[in-house]
Design a protein around this ligand. Structure first.
Ligand code: GDP
Length: 195
């Protein structure tokens, strides 16, 4: 699967603004600053597609990217930011809740977490929701280049335990720096889209 023909389509600030589309959507979700933009840029081989920044919680929109007219990659606004006005958080919740609960085009989620840390409370909530929803999902634990090879197995155990995952759940380590894990993400998307 090639994602190199990705084009920005539109930003959506209210659920009602979601476009009417034929194609399915795969959403990318994760805590603010987890490395979601870097992951998207890496797998689409486009360094500037999703904005990478260190200003948590600035983007409160769903960003739609058209992938070869085959499907849309939907970048969800990052969660878990501190020092953000309540109104911003409330708007975020409303947008995400509606999108996740009602969007018929949505066929799967790539849930991004930090390979170095114990999953956060919000990460756990997201994964609990994903399991309950019956939607397909892949957990991508990013920034794995920052942990040593012999710590990996231990970290994977912690993540599986904290998120109550089992061997049937889709999981991959990822690094935007080395590209490790890209193939697992392509394979996952391919299986979802049955290409
Ligand atoms: P976002 O807020 O989730 O979109 O996060 P960004 O993609 O902007 O990344 C946040 C910070 O983490 C930036 O300084 C990135 O350079 C860094 N980063 C993201 N992914 C990786 C990775 O795989 N490895 C390393 N070492 N750093 C990363």
């Amino acid at each position: 699967m090639k994602l190199s023909n990705a084009k920005f389509y539109k930003s959506v600030y209210k659920y009602e603004e979601c476009p009417r589309l034929q194609q399915p959507e795969v959403a990318f979700s994760g805590r603010s600053n987890v490395g979601k933009s870097s992951l998207i840029n890496r797998i689409t081989k486009n360094k500037k597609l999703a904005r990478t920044s260190n200003t948590p919680g600035r983007t409160q929109s769903l960003n739609y990217y058209n992938i070869d007219d085959k499907f849309y990659l939907v970048d969800l606004p990052g969660y878990g930011f501190a020092n953000v006005p309540k109104k911003v958080k409330d708007d975020w919740s409303e947008l995400i809740d509606s999108y996740l609960n009602y969007r018929e085009n949505l066929i799967g989620i790539v849930q991004i977490i930090d390979a170095r840390h114990k999953p956060s409370k919000e990460d756990k909530m997201m994964v609990e929701w994903l399991k309950a929803s019956g939607l397909s999902f892949l957990i991508a634990a990013t920034k794995v280049d920052k942990i040593s090879n012999n710590k990996r197995a231990q970290q994977k155990k912690v993540i599986f335990k904290e998120l109550a995952l089992d061997k049937n759940d889709n999981f991959t380590f990822f690094s935007a720096q080395t590209g490790e894990g890209s193939k697992d993400i392509y394979n996952y998307l391919e299986s979802l889209l049955q290409l």
